[in-house]
Design a protein around this ligand. Structure first.
Ligand SMILES: [Zn+2]
Length: 141
């Protein structure tokens, strides 16, 4: 962790504080391009936008996939106030971004909570393999 990393993390923490002040959960993130310049910032807006997916990490992963070339994305770092949740981690894996640097770990976040958490939704499957494979077969060749 470099002094530059810590500076960008402090900006992510400031964005988290701004999200909370605006009525949303306290999380913020930014992307820093290969040249060290801030490309874009985001705050959690799940409450004010009424969208459960509006975590800042997910917003920026989508932004990166839509706006950066693969080469630039690979040289871009996400700085975020907290370790990305499983939803955002899935999007990050598809974003092409090169690295994520976070402040609070998921365990540290949970240690600061007295309530909350999300129950797992029961999953059933697999089923109908012979039918379900038809639209997939050959797509990933
Ligand atoms: Zn998330």
């Amino acid at each position: 962790m470099t002094p530059e990393d810590e500076g960008f993390l402090r900006r992510a923490i400031a964005l988290a504080a701004a999200a909370r002040e605006g009525g949303d959960p306290p999380f913020g993130s930014l992307l820093v391009g290969p040249d060290g310049a801030v490309l874009v910032e985001a705050q959690n807006s799940t409450i004010t936008d009424g969208n459960i997916s509006f975590h800042p990490e997910l917003k920026l992963a989508v932004w990166a996939a839509q706006n950066l070339t693969p080469e630039v994305a690979a040289g871009t770092t996400m700085y975020t106030s907290c370790q990305p949740c499983p939803m955002c981690s899935g999007a990050l894996a598809r974003s092409g971004l090169g690295k994520v640097v976070f402040a609070l770990s998921g365990d540290q976040l949970n240690g600061l909570k007295t309530t909350g958490g999300f129950p797992d939704v029961p999953l059933e499957g697999p089923a109908l393999y012979d039918e379900a494979r038809v639209p997939v077969d050959g797509y990933y060749a």
